[in-house]
Design a protein around this ligand. Structure first.
Ligand code: FAD
Length: 296
């Protein structure tokens, strides 16, 4: 277990940009967020139709430009095992040391799940093929994965990933810290002692947040939905409210000694950077301090 309560790990997630305009925004975000000296970046795969080549290209571009490690997300469902083996080899050849191992979701209309059906099987395969070459992150769900039969099943399935060799976990986003703390307690009670890092989704766009949350099963508390809905098209108010709410969430999590925070940056630096600065974590050893949202 590598969690260090004095010095939490911070990371930012990107998705591969797929247009010239998106590339520009991505590069700006990468540069702004790398100035905060996170422990690592991660780059999604597949969500929204991205390819493995794009994920690898983005990972390599980040490391080259910033000198900070970047971890590709790798998913197994729907892929032949030889393909996954080749991807792992390519990652090793490129000096990649950390991966986020996921089952992923089958695109609608796809048939054939492939040989590895769940993330625990992928973790096991990565360990078989590459030993301890990679630090393996897996996904965890404080509000439980939407396809799980019961909460207890989901927790046991999380344990399978840990038993298969996961080093740490990043959670699905949530806005209710009690869901996270209870999840961590339940995990500990069945012997899961790897760091479980909260995934933080800055609130930027009401429609997008509701759509994502519907898909991934994350609950948006009613009081947040009502406030966001009332703001209508007033993006500045949504942004200020979102930064405020998310800063408070992060502060409560940090005060309780979470092992780190992983920000779903959505390739936008403004909200993540503002939350980061509000928390006073712009220098690694600084104390968490209270403060007003940062001016930009
Ligand atoms: P699993 O851990 O395999 O779990 C999936 C479901 O199956 C759960 O309901 C679980 O309870 C059940 N289950 C697990 N193992 C077993 C078993 N052995 N037997 C029976 N049931 C089992 N998606 C992308 O497409 N690209 C990304 O880059 C991406 N990045 C993500 C990053 C993070 C941090 C998170 C939290 C999610 C990410 N996702 C991504 C979404 C993820 O792919 C989906 O949530 C997917 O539905 C489940 O992936 P998983 O790895 O959690 O699956």
């Amino acid at each position: 277990m590598s969690a260090d309560k004095q010095k939490p790990n911070f990371s930012f997630e990107f998705f591969p940009p797929r247009s010239a305009e998106a590339q520009g925004k991505f590069e700006l975000t990468r540069d702004r967020l790398s100035a905060l000296k996170p422990n690592f970046f991660s780059v999604t795969f597949g969500a929204g139709g991205g390819t493995r080549e794009l994920t690898l290209e983005t990972v390599m571009a980040i490391t080259k430009a910033t000198g900070i490690d970047a971890a590709p997300h790798i998913s197994c469902i729907g892929f032949p095992i030889d393909n996954i083996r080749a991807v792992l080899r390519e990652y090793l050849d490129n000096g990649i040391k950390r991966v986020v191992a996921l089952r992923g979701d089958l695109p609608s209309g796809t048939t054939g799940v492939g040989e590895l059906r769940y993330a625990n099987e992928l973790v096991e395969f990565i360990r078989q093929e590459t030993g301890s070459a990679f630090h393996i992150e897996v996904a965890a769900y404080p509000e439980f994965h939407p396809q799980s039969a019961t909460a207890a099943d989901d927790l046991q399935n999380f344990k399978r990933k840990v038993d298969a060799g996961a080093d740490s976990a990043i959670t699905q986003y949530f806005y209710n810290p009690d869901a996270y703390f209870r999840f961590v307690d339940s995990a500990l009670s069945i012997g899961i002692d790897i760091p479980i890092v909260p995934g933080i989704m800055p609130i930027i766009n009401y429609t997008q947040l509701m759509r994502f949350s519907e898909m991934c099963g994350a609950e948006i508390p009613r009081w947040i939905v009502r406030r966001l809905r009332d703001f209508g098209d007033d993006r500045a108010s949504i942004r200020a409210f979102g930064i405020d709410v998310t800063t408070e969430l992060c502060r409560r999590l940090l005060e309780q000694g979470v092992p780190g925070l992983h920000f779903y940056s959505m390739n936008q630096y403004e909200a993540s950077e503002a939350i980061w600065r509000n928390l006073g974590i712009d220098t690694p050893d600084s104390e968490i301090r209270s403060g007003k949202p940062a001016d930009e």
